[in-house]
Write a protein that binds this ligand. Sequence first.
Ligand code: GDP
Ligand code: K
Ligand code: MG
Length: 273
Amino acid sequence: MLTVALTGNPNTGKTSLFNMLTDSYEYVGNWAGVTIEKKVGVLRNKQGQLVDLPGIYSLSPLSRDEGVTTLYLLDESPSLLLNVVDTSQLERNLHLTIQLLEYGRPIILALNMMDVAEQRGFDIDVEQLSQLIGVPITPVIARSGKGCDALLQSAFKTGSEVTAVFSPRSFDYGPVLEQAISRLEEKLPAELEPKRWLALQLLEGNIPILQKLRQHVDPVWLQTFYNETETMIQEHAGGKKLADFIRDKRAAIIGGWLQSAVRETKPAQTTLS
Ligand code: GDP
Ligand code: K
Ligand code: MG
């Protein structure tokens, strides 16, 4: 049995996709401590379950509700992540994708809203994008169900290779931050995984991660470490805040992917008045 976790930004079509990929609810309840409904459905081929996670732009939560995904990843370690992205807003959506790649469980991408992307004149080289990001990608239109069979097949193909180990992807954040990441990784006990993801999430200011790490590492050390890193980055990057520094590094990676794999076939609309 496969446990697939559905993740993505708000309004990317997660619920539409959930309904297309499942035919019955196995369970509807609430996530612990928040008001958000927890939905778990049986996949159409009956060989796995799909968990609908709240829509978020980043794993670093702005609210308790948004912390659900981080807590889920910490506690459950799902066999497969199904990351839904709005193809007409790839640049914004792929920030979450990078954080999920850094987490290191098997992942597939659903490029949803392909109809909207086409209308806006985006020509996506799906094969090329898949190679650059390093994950299987299936274009879909969740509203009509187009591509959903292929997506389910892709989930099972990737899911059947699933193991218990994390295989986190490592993106380069430059020497100053890399040194800080290593310092924190060395402090973490062996059983805490995935270390690099935990370190980066802490440095981004992810509060549930901070709370988790405080159970294993001296809280005073953690605070001092965080403050020192914030100061070092600000000195190194002309006053830029640590969280913005991390975000800008990711934006540059995403920019590189899109430059190679996306072509705009329609000129930007200008309005004559
Ligand atoms: P969620 O917030 O991620 O759960 O997104 P929903 O499934 O609620 O979808 C948000 C809106 O986008 C709804 O109005 C859907 O009908 C619409 N939608 C979902 N998928 C598609 C798609 O592929 N194409 C188009 N044009 N609209 C879609
Ligand atoms: K919605
Ligand atoms: Mg929804």
